[in-house]
Structure formats: structure tokens, C-alpha cells
Ligand binder design. Structure first.
Ligand code: ATP
Length: 390
């Protein structure tokens, strides 16, 4: 079994500038055969975590286990782990065949016949059979990427580690390689950790996404879960593009049992008695509410107690959709509309959204208090594809 377990893993760097806690008490469980993508802002600890798994970085505290074996002190070559680097790290003076076989020749006692069998099998899988006698310098970025992946495949490892493997490729090739790597994963079913800056890549390829911030785990879950049910404001803001809209609010109960959010931007939004009941169990009346651009709409017939009138600041036409930026809270509030809805800049519009699409966060901690769709009001259509919304 190649379950990968992180138990309170911490990494501290000491350099001339002082001490940096790159990863802090990270607890994770990755199931055998699972494809997990690590995302988070620059410097959040993604690569350091990957490098600790590979054995390229020591672990300051905690344990990493592969199956039931603690691998903290196992040398990289004995970990049964193969890594694909962002810059491919191919030897320029060796042929593709030599590059692919090199790790096996120096790290195992496999004979020529078995090494060549593995190289040819991996080359076929990656569609690079005709490149085996070429040197990396004469290959395109995409071909080098395939060779680097092929070199990892021949090792038949228990775990694959990918550190932003597609970031040097152009957008079209990146999409193509994304599909290829997904296909490879379903074929080989090898436990995979994939670090990326590209959340669309993470959302479309991974079984689960790990979101890190400042070395700390924010949430781990399937793509739809982190999208529809972010654990906190950070995840809600990080996942999705354009980002979720946020409004500081004060909450009060109305005489009829319903509740009212008094929102920053000078508007009020009425919610049901059921949501009001749930919010009353919270310690505070100060919340932040979040609503995704695709869950807001322009509707001149919307009831005034569930809408806000404002002016259009900027209209961005992006093809099948428009992004309408409003003069509401720092001109950052964004509504995604179908392309046929294209108001003029400066036009007054009425904007509304449904209670079931609201996310409510604690203003102090940022933790999620509730998601509107969990209130039993109606369910968000989770069957709708996430792709295109991120
Ligand atoms: P990016 O997305 O920019 O690659 P990342 O999420 O992979 O970032 P890491 O490279 O893991 O982040 O870095 C995490 C933190 O550790 C950063 O603050 C970084 O400056 C610091 N760090 C990483 N390597 C070292 C090192 N060798 N010495 C000192 N500090 C380091």
C-alpha cells in the first residue's frame, strides 16, 4: 500500500534573515492511488512539502510515512518515489534513452534488457518512441516534458511527485498535457502529488485539492467540495476566478422572524427565518458574507429587500460571458453574466442573488459559519461543471 501520511510535519529554515517556518504541523492523509494537487499563494510551502516527501529537504519535526514505513531518514533513492521537476532537469549531453535509463542504471541492479523494456514501454506511453536517440537540446518544451515524465515512469515508483510540470509550456500544450497526465494517472493509478499555480489544472486533474497558506493547511477535499463548501474565507477567496465577492455585514433579527444583513456598500439583504435561526447561534453579529460572481445576476425585477441598486464601473467581455464590475465596495464586486447581458459603463443596474448561494464567515477568524445551500433551502446544482467557473 502506498498511502502517504503527514503527521504534524514542520519545516523551519534558518538563514541570515532569521527563521522561516515554511511548513507548520501539516497533517494529511493521501490514499493509495489518489491524485492530490497542492495549491496556494507563492511562498505558502507547496514545493517545500514536496521536497520533504522526495527527501530533498530534511524534516524539522513530525513524520512522513509511506505505507507503514517512516521515510524521514530514508535516502531519496531508496524512497520508491519519482519526481518530475518544473525545468525537467534532463542531462543535455545524454540521449533521451540514456536520460530515461540513468536513474535505473545508477540506483538499481536491473539488467540492460529490463531497463530497455521499461524505457520502451514508457516511451510508448508518452508517445516519444521516435525521440529515443535524440538529445534534449533538439526537443520542444512539450517533448522534454514527456521525456521527464517518462523518466519518472520507468522507475515504477510508489509515488509520483510533480512540481509545476506544465508551467513552461504554452496554454494550448498545457491543456493537452493536462489530459495526457490525467490519462496516465488513470492507467497507472500511482499515488500522485502535483504542485501547481494553476487552479484550473488542480480542479480538473485532481481527486483532492490541498490548499495551503503560510505553511498551514487550509482545507483538503475534492474539487467540488472546496469550491462549493470552502472551509474558510481564505479558501473561498483563493479558489475561483474572478474571486468570490465579500461584504462586511452586521446581522439583525427582524420582527417577523427573518433576518437582515446590513451590508457594507449601504445595502440590506433579507434572509429566511431558518438562516436567521442558525446565525443567532453564532457568538457574534458581525459577519462577512461571500457570493460568487456567477451566483449574482442583474435583474430589474428583483425584490428590493434582496437586491442592491448600483452603477456599472467596468464591463469585461470574455467570450461566452461578461464580467461586470460594480461601483460597490472598492469597485471590486463582480457579476458574471451571459454574453447577451452587457450593460453600459455608468448604467444603473439592480443586482440580486439567492440566499442558498450565500457563504457566511466569521469576521474575526474567517472560519465558515454556514453555506446557504446547506440550510435545506434548495441545493446548489453540484452537477454543473466546475470547469469554466474557475
Ligand atoms: P512558489 O509557489 O513561489 O514556488 P511555494 O509555495 O512552493 O512557493 P516554498 O518554495 O515551499 O513555497 O517556500 C516556502 C517558504 O520557505 C518561503 O517563505 C520561502 O522563502 C522559504 N524557503 C524555501 N526554501 C528555502 C531555503 N532553502 N532557505 C530559506 N528559506 C526557504
Amino acid at each position: 500500500m502506498s498511502d502517504l501520511e503527514f503527521d504534524e510535519v514542520t519545516k523551519v529554515f534558518d538563514d541570515s534573515e532569521g527563521t522561516i517556518v515554511a511548513v507548520e504541523e501539516l497533517d494529511l492523509h493521501i490514499d493509495d492511488g489518489e491524485f492530490v494537487a497542492f495549491v496556494g499563494p507563492s511562498g505558502c510551502g507547496k514545493s517545500t512539502t514536496l521536497r520533504m516527501v522526495a527527501g530533498l529537504e530534511t524534516i524539522t519535526d513530525g513524520e512522513i510515512r509511506l505505507g507503514d514505513k517512516v521515510i524521514n531518514d530514508v535516502s531519496p533513492k531508496d524512497r520508491d518515489i519519482a519526481m518530475v521537476f518544473q525545468d525537467y532537469a534532463l542531462y543535455p549531453h545524454k540521449t533521451v534513452r540514456e536520460n530515461m535509463g540513468y536513474g535505473l542504471r545508477i540506483g538499481t541492479d536491473l539488467g540492460d534488457e529490463e531497463i530497455n523494456r521499461r524505457i520502451e514501454e514508457a516511451a510508448e506511453m508518452m508517445g516519444i518512441e521516435s525521440l529515443l536517440n535524440k538529445k534534449p537540446g533538439s526537443l520542444s518544451g512539450g517533448q522534454q516534458q514527456r521525456v521527464a515524465t517518462g523518466r519518472a515512469i520507468v522507475q515504477e515508483p510508489s509515488v509520483f511527485l510533480f512540481d509545476e510540470p506544465l508551467s513552461n509550456l504554452d496554454a494550448k500544450l498545457r491543456k493537452h498535457m493536462r489530459t495526457e497526465l490525467s490519462r496516465l494517472h488513470s492507467e497507472l493509478e500511482i499515488t500522485t502529488i502535483y504542485v501547481t499555480h494553476d487552479q484550473e489544472e488542480a480542479m480538473t486533474m485532481a481527486d483532492k485539492i490541498v490548499i495551503l497558506d503560510q505553511g498551514k493547511l487550509q482545507q483538503m477535499g475534492p474539487p467540488k467540495k472546496v469550491y462549493y463548501e470552502p472551509a474558510n474565507r481564505f479558501v473561498a477567496d483563493f479558489i475561483g476566478s474572478p474571486s468570490m465577492n465579500f461584504f462586511d455585514t452586521r446581522f439583525r433579527r427582524d420582527g417577523d422572524g427573518s433576518g437582515i444583513f446590513e451590508c457594507e456598500g449601504g445595502f440590506e439583504y433579507r434572509v429566511s427565518e431558518q438562516m436567521a435561526d442558525d446565525l443567532e447561534t453564532a457568538d457574534s453579529t458581525e459577519f462577512e458574507i461571500g457570493i460568487r460572481p456567477e451566483n449574482m445576476r442583474i435583474d430589474s425585477n428583483a425584490p428590493s429587500e434582496k437586491s442592491v441598486e448600483t452603477t456599472v464601473d467596468v464591463v469585461e467581455v470574455v467570450g461566452s460571458n461578461n464580467f461586470i464590475y460594480l461601483d460597490l465596495v472598492d469597485e471590486e464586486t463582480c457579476v458574471r453574466t451571459p454574453s447577451e447581458i452587457e450593460p453600459e459603463e455608468g448604467e444603473t443596474v439592480t443586482v440580486t442573488f439567492d440566499e442558498e448561494d450565500l457563504h457566511v464567515f466569521d469576521r474575526q477568524s474567517g472560519n465558515t459559519i454556514l453555506h446557504g445551500h446547506e440550510q435545506g433551502l434548495s441545493t446548489t446544482d453540484e452537477s454543473s461543471p466546475v470547469q469554466g467557473q474557475i
